[in-house]
Every structure is written in C-alpha cells, then in structure tokens.
Design a protein around this ligand. Structure first.
Ligand code: ADP
Ligand code: MG
Length: 317
C-alpha cells in the first residue's frame, strides 16, 4: 500500500544520504567491486548508483521492488547471524514511494539488461551489474522535503556515508561525483592506504596499527596520535562486524583510553573495527543501524579500552 510505504519511507530514507547508504549496501551485498555514485543537487535531484555486482534476474525484478518480498532474512536464527548489510527488504520499496526510481540490471548469463520503472519491465542495454537511478526525492511529500538542508549540507552527508563505507571496504573501488564533477575516487587498495587517502596524510604519518584479540572479540585498525588529529568529530570511524556505528559505549571506551595515557582532551582520529560473534551483538536497534547493543557491554568496553590503552602506552613508554 502506497501510504504505508510513504510512512515507512520516512524511517528508511529520511534524507538523501540515507538513500545513498541503502543503495550502497545493496551493491555490496550483490558482490560489487566497483561502485560509482553520481549525485545532483545534494542528491535531491538525482542519486544514481552504478555497480558491477551480480545483478537481478529479470523474473525477480518486480519482486525486488516490493516491501519485505525479498528480505534477505528468512528466520530468527538468521537474524542473529546477519552477514548481509540490508535485511529488512524495504529500501527499494520505500525509495520508490517517495521518488522516481528506475533500476537497470543485468546478470552474468543474461543476453542483455532489463529495466524496471513504474512496475514495468522492459529490455535495456548495459553491462553486468545494477544501476539504480533515483530522481526528484520527496517530490510527492513536500512536508518532508521542507526539512532538507542546503544542497551543500545534504551533499556533505552523502559524501560522509560514502567515506564510511569506503573505509570499511578497501577491496572495492568507489567514485563519487556531484553535479557532474568527480569529488572522490578510490581505487581498490589495502586498508592502510585507503585510510590514509580518506583521513589525510597527517593521519597517515602519525598512527598506530592495532590488532588485539580476546576470546570472541577482535579489535583492529589504526588509531591516530593526537598530533595527527584535526579535532574533527567526523574523523572517528568505528565499525562493528563491518558496519559503521556511532555508539556511546564504544566512543567512551576509546576516549577514556586516550585520556588515560595521554592526559589530553583532544579528539583523536581513528579507524577501528570490532569483530565479534554476531550472536553477541544486536545491530538491529534502529533502522539506520548506527547504534548497537552488546550482550555483555561491560566486557566489550573493557576490551576496547585496554586494547587502545596498550597500543598507546607503547608510544609513551
Ligand atoms: P533488502 O536489501 O533488505 O533485501 P532492498 O529493498 O534493499 O531489500 O532490496 C530488495 C532486493 O533487491 C534485494 O534483496 C536484492 O535481491 C535486490 N537488489 C537490490 N539492489 C541490488 C543490487 N544493486 N544488485 C543486485 N540486487 C539488488
Ligand atoms: Mg537493502
């Protein structure tokens, strides 16, 4: 039902950057190794995401656009072990209820591509992979459109979403353009190079690798020394099982470790990944999945604190 779609869309796609996030996650779930993001007017006019992933078989195209019809999760047990990024089966349905969406896709064995627009499937041309083209976001929900900020602000949020995902996936190349101009381009590389490109040479010059494990927990990545930090609140990147999170508990553990060793109150830059048994963490707290809930949050806090603390202590010794 269209109204339900529009209401749900408010949660899933509250602004252009949320659309970008959902579409990028779909591209990664489809195994893409090369993703192009083209935005116009902060994403409001247009968001086009081109990937070289598996594509969608023609007979499954109408289904992919339906709410919950294609959820990648089929059981409660599976929900505890989500390996895919998208699993609610409502992104495409939600987006197409508040924008003009066309999807062009081709699988490896298809003789040509197919396009779906307005529920109509027609033959098209194109290489293997999927292009999702979203135009005129919120054209039919003017109240929501009024809440959007300036073009530059909305673009900034979109670019940040691309950076977050690009930092987690150095094995994928990304390109980002705005109003026809290429803003960022990252080739496939190792994580040390990708993080240097995204966080800047200052970070690259003064960072410590970190890699510690304890039982089901592993913490790895790079923590910047305060000299390398620009004090930007958006230079902190924390991932849990591959998803970017901004979580109070984790942020606190890292900051406390810095303060304990360096006695400063400067905001450090870091790119840290926490990997743990999916059964020990609930990532489904909120549609935007930016917060997580741990089964044993005390143990996680202690582990993160001590791992960062030890890595920093080596430098001040
Ligand atoms: P979910 O990701 O939760 O399954 P979505 O609405 O985001 O729901 O996507 C619906 C379905 O469409 C996906 O399950 C997937 O099968 C297919 N799909 C969407 N985007 C892509 C893509 N870029 N490449 C391949 N398949 C896709
Ligand atoms: Mg999805």
């Amino acid at each position: 039902d269209h109204l339900i779609s529009q209401i749900a869309a408010g949660e899933v796609v509250e602004r252009p950057s949320a659309v970008v996030k959902e579409l990028l996650e779909n591209a990664l779930d489809a195994g893409a190794t090369n993703i192009t993001v083209r935005l116009e007017e902060g994403g409001v006019k247009r968001i086009a995401i081109i990937d070289n992933g598996r594509g969608i078989p023609a007979d499954q195209l109408p289904l992919a656009m339906q709410r919950h019809a294609t959820s990648k999760i089929s059981s409660l047990e599976e929900l505890e072990n989500v390996a895919t990024l998208g699993f609610r089966g409502e992104a495409l349905a939600s987006i197409s209820s508040v924008a003009v969406l066309s999807l062009t896709t081709r699988t490896a064995d298809a003789p040509h591509a197919w396009q779906i627009e307005n529920g109509k499937v027609t033959p098209a041309s194109g290489a293997q992979g999927t292009t999702v083209d979203v135009q005129d976001l919120y054209y039919n929900t003017p109240a929501r459109r009024k809440f959007l900020k300036s073009e530059q602000t909305e673009f900034g949020h979109c670019a940040e979403v691309v950076r977050r995902i690009a930092l987690a996936r150095p094995d994928v190349s990304f390109s980002l353009s705005h109003n026809g101009k290429i803003v960022d381009h990252w080739n496939i590389s190792a994580i040390d190079k990708r993080s240097a490109t995204i966080l800047g040479e200052g970070f690259a010059a003064a960072r410590l690798p970190i890699d510690e494990s304890a039982g089901p927990l592993r913490l790895h990545g790079f923590i910047g020394l305060p000299t390398a930090s620009k004090g930007r609140a958006d230079s902190q990147y924390f991932y849990v099982n591959g998803r970017f999170v901004r979580d109070k508990l984790l942020t606190h553990a890292v900051r406390a470790a810095y303060q304990d060793v360096l006695h400063g109150d400067r905001y450090p830059s870091y790119v840290i990944a926490l990997d743990l048994d999916p059964a020990l963490v609930d990532v489904n707290v909120h549609p935007s999945k930016i917060e997580v809930r741990f089964r044993d949050s005390r143990a996680v806090h202690q582990f993160v604190f001590h791992a960062v603390n030890r890595a920093l202590a080596q430098t001040s010794a």
